[in-house]
Each structure stands twice: as C-alpha cells, then as structure tokens.
Design a protein around this ligand. Structure first.
Ligand SMILES: Nc1ncnc2c1ncn2[C@@H]1O[C@H](COP(=O)(O)OP(=O)(O)O)[C@@H](O)[C@H]1O
Ligand SMILES: [Mg+2]
Length: 231
C-alpha cells in the first residue's frame, strides 16, 4: 500500500505539486491520469525520492519513508519504471536487469527466472545491447528491471507511450498478474484511456498539480474525461 499525504513540491520558485493526498491499495492498479504538464512525472519522482518533497508524507505499507533517499525507498519495496524507459543502451539486457538487483537486501546476484518468464523475449535477447532493442522490448526491459527486486509497490510512468498494440496488451496482462497473484500495489501514470479502462481499478485525475477527481475506473465518466483529459 502507498499512502500520500499533502505532498508539495516546487522546481525552484515554481510550485508544481499542491498538496497531493492519495491511497493506492494492494491488489489494485491505481491510475494517475491528466494532460501533459500537470505534474504526473514529478509526482512519481517525488514518491520514488528522486525529487524531495517540500512538505507532506509518503508511507509504504504504513512505514513512513519520507526522510529516506531513493536507494533506501527501493530497499523498502518501491520501484519506478521511468517515462522514456531510461535503459542503459550499451549494457546487455542481462546487465540492465542486474542493475535492478542493486535494490535487493541481502544483495542477490542472479536475475530471478520469474522475470524472464514474464517477458520471454528478454530471455531470447539477453546478450543484446539494450540500445539495439525495439521500443516495445525496451519498455518490457524497463519493467523487468523494476521487478527483479520483487517490489511491493510498482510505479509506472506512461508505459504504453510509443509501443505497438500487441506489446501494450502483454504489459497490461503482466500488470494484471502482479496485482492478482502477488497482491502488488501498482501505480500507473497513463494517458491512454482504453488501457486505463481495461487494466485499471482506481483512478486519480491530476490538474495543475492537484487531484481534481478520483474513484473507480468503472466510474470514469465522459464528463470527467472531457473536463480534465481531452485537449
Ligand atoms: N526539471 C524541471 N525543472 C523545472 N520545471 C520542470 C522540470 N520538469 C518538469 N517541469 C515542469 O513541471 C510541470 C510538470 O511536469 P511533469 O511532472 O513532467 O508533467 P507530466 O508528467 O504530467 O507531463 C511542467 O510545467 C514542466 O514544465
Ligand atoms: Mg510525464
């Protein structure tokens, strides 16, 4: 479970998050949706600890992690799949996955087989440099890298961006199995509404650094969508 209470953040003098409070539950995919520039990526970075909140509180499974750096939050069970994937282009697929093992305690050396089982294409291409993979394969690699440490809370920033439909479907099915079989808390930042409706359970709409609506994805009305999401 991930609990956010009254988080604020500013880039210099420009306040970007204005008191974000939310509860993301285990066994559910919670979607954070909103137009470009409203602060979704900033929020995920603040949750991960890449950016430090100015005020507010972040708790993972009721443990307060607000004072902790990103590396420590990773050891406490948090993992981020960043926007644009950010894999290491010159490292092999296997070595990219080994980077994810740095969050494990005690430190593991071996890439868990379950990760390759989820994304068989990564096993077939494990020796290839990450930079040579298609966008869809890179996205699977970025998700797999986040999963090697067996996080309890997984944050994903627009994983369907620029990805072909069959891989989008596979990513959705992986998320479904993580929540159903591992009871994971999945936080999905996503602008692709069909994906939100098919695989999401709960939603928060963000607008200009604030949460302006929330509920279950089955209640995501056309009115909300046209008020906050359409351009
Ligand atoms: N490193 C940065 N420095 C200053 N402003 C930034 C930085 N990153 C993002 N912003 C600004 O913060 C706001 C929110 O950005 P972002 O969190 O990336 O939004 P989203 O992910 O919803 O598109 C935007 O106005 C953006 O221009
Ligand atoms: Mg973003």
């Amino acid at each position: 479970m991930l609990s956010l209470s009254d988080l604020t953040f500013s880039y210099g003098t420009i306040q970007t998050l204005h008191g974000i409070s939310a509860e993301m539950l285990p066994g559910r995919v919670t979607c954070v949706i909103g137009r470009n520039g409203v602060g979704k990526t900033t929020l995920l970075k603040v949750i991960m600890g890449i950016l430090r909140a100015d005020s507010g509180r972040i708790a993972i499974n009721d443990r307060n992690v607000t004072p902790h750096a990103a590396s420590r939050r990773a050891r406490e069970g948090l993992a981020l799949v960043p926007q644009g994937r950010q894999i290491f282009p010159k490292l092999s697929v296997a070595d990219n996955l080994r980077v994810g093992l740095e969050a494990t305690r005690p430190r593991k050396r071996k890439i868990p087989q379950h990760v390759y089982d989820m994304f068989p294409i990564l096993w077939d291409n494990r020796q290839r440099p990450g930079g040579n993979l298609s966008g869809g394969m890179q996205q699977q690699l970025a998700i797999a890298r986040a999963l090697v440490s067996k996080p309890s809370v997984l944050l994903l920033d627009e994983p369907t961006e620029g990805i072909q439909p069959n891989i989008i479907q596979h990513i959705g099915e992986v998320l479904q199995s993580l929540v159903n079989e591992e009871n994971m808390t999945v936080v999905l930042v996503e602008q692709y509404l069909d994906f939100v409706k098919e695989f999401g359970h709960d939603f928060y709409i963000m607008n200009r650094g604030r949460i302006t609506a929330n509920g279950e994805t089955t209640d995501l009305t056309q009115e909300l969508i046209s008020d906050y999401l359409s351009v």
